[in-house]
Design a protein around this ligand. Structure first.
Ligand code: CTP
Length: 399
């Protein structure tokens, strides 16, 4: 969202308090965020809340003398995206019919950027034919209108009408603002750890959280790629517009990857696959009888190496990760060579702020031709975009 101008328009519904979290998330994501409120909205949340969160003045009164006479034009024209959250029945009706009787509605009439409307109201108000027709009108004009969610409403009833969660609105905003520079590309990403059962109550696994792989899948989908994600068990939410295949063991991951890699242009193997599994899996719980108990392990298939061996003349890219605690560069280079990769992301997992479980990562990207790029510490979301930039460049070069 860096470099993007977003206006959040808050109208007078109880869900206005959720707009505060949305503004916080937009600012955190790097968007230049401004807030405009209707007078009714200020009865629910004060402009000061939004001023503090957005670090910008909040406009709600066209006539307070502090705004330039043209600010409704400049604010809306500078905006890449205007999000109306929550959008009341009244406000939806106004913008559907071009009514411009306050700062926010006037700004929308003057807007040139994208529009995201997030209705929130009582379910009977939502199902009113006038409201439904107004929503249809907005959609016909190219506005994106998010479907309100089902659940407990502020009036105590249950029904459809809840504002989507701020994270979901942010995700939709990302989709609208992304550039789709990877459209036409098919990408397969693997993520997370695999697990190998020992008996019905125990298993072995590793510390991978799946965050890096999920960030890659999500970023590729936002940029317009068709994405398949083969995921080990994680607690992460699946990214939107991504086909997810859930697996547990290395053998299941191998089946999923080998079943789909041929349809894909690019395979990015971010998963931390267990190299070994117990030779035998006990059907019953292993009891503690011995002082020393040993577990015999046998090798799992190396999925990435297998993909590397299977490479034919077909145009494709194979990207691996190398999780290392020592001899980072020599180990990573060796993996790139042995597994026949185009690029490997060398990850020093002994660092607290990088690699497993953390939200940030600092890596070195090694290319097949020997070039090395060192990237500074950044969020896994930003790193995903940087890796995809390299993938895109390389893909063009192989054309
Ligand atoms: N990989 C794989 N299948 C395995 C092991 C690893 O596909 N059985 C992939 C990983 O997804 C990663 C790359 O190979 O992209 C390197 O994984 P890593 O765990 O760093 O190295 P290993 O090849 O397993 O070697 P070692 O454990 O000896 O470091």
């Amino acid at each position: 969202m860096k470099g993007k101008n977003v206006v959040v328009g808050v109208t007078g519904g109880i869900a206005a308090y959720k707009a505060a979290e949305l503004v916080r998330l937009l600012v955190k994501a790097g968007a230049q965020t401004r807030v405009a409120m209707t007078a009714h909205a200020t009865k629910f949340v004060t402009p000061l809340t939004f001023e503090v969160l957005s670090e910008n003045r909040v406009v709600w009164d066209m006539w307070d003398g502090q705004e330039s006479p043209m600010s409704h034009i400049t604010m809306s024209q500078e905006a890449d995206l205007i999000i109306i959250a929550p959008a009341t029945a009244n406000f939806i009706g106004k913008i559907a019919h071009g009514i411009a009787d306050d700062f926010l509605s006037t700004s929308i009439v003057a807007a040139t950027g994208k529009m995201l409307v997030c209705p929130s109201m009582n379910s009977r108000m939502l199902s009113n034919p006038a409201v439904q027709e107004n929503i249809t009108l907005l959609r016909k004009r190219g506005y994106t209108v998010m479907a309100p969610q089902e659940g407990e409403l502020a009036c105590g009833e249950r029904g459809v009408g809840r504002l989507p969660e701020p994270e979901q609105i942010l995700e939709q905003a990302r989709i609208l603002l992304s550039e789709h520079d990877l459209s036409g590309m098919k990408v397969l990403v693997t993520a997370g750890a695999t697990v190998e059962p020992i008996d019905p109550v125990r298993y072995i696994t590793n510390r991978s959280s799946g965050k890096m792989g999920y960030a890659l899948a999500r970023a590729a989908a936002l940029r317009g790629a068709e994405v398949m994600l083969v995921s080990g068990p994680t607690s992460l939410n699946p990214p939107r517009n991504v086909k997810v295949f859930r697996v547990k063991t290395a053998a299941e991951m191998r089946d999923a990857v080998l079943g789909h890699h041929a349809e894909c242009d690019v395979v990015i193997k971010a998963a931390a696959v267990l190299d070994y599994k117990p030779r035998r899996q006990s059907k019953t719980k292993i009891k503690k009888l011995e002082e020393i108990q040993s577990l015999e392990l046998v090798r799992n298939p190396d999925i990435l190496a297998e993909l590397g061996r299977r490479r034919s003349g077909k145009r494709s890219l194979l990207v691996g990760f190398a999780a290392e605690t020592h001899d980072l560069m020599s180990n990573a280079r060796e993996k790139l060579r042995k597994k026949n990769l185009d690029m490997i992301i060398a990850n020093d997992v002994s660092r607290e702020d990088a690699g497993f479980e953390s939200d940030t990562n600092a890596v070195k990207i090694i290319h097949r031709d020997g070039r090395v790029e060192e990237l500074p510490l950044m969020t896994k979301e930003d790193l995903a975009d940087r890796i995809l930039d390299r993938v895109k460049k390389l893909w063009k070069e192989t054309a």
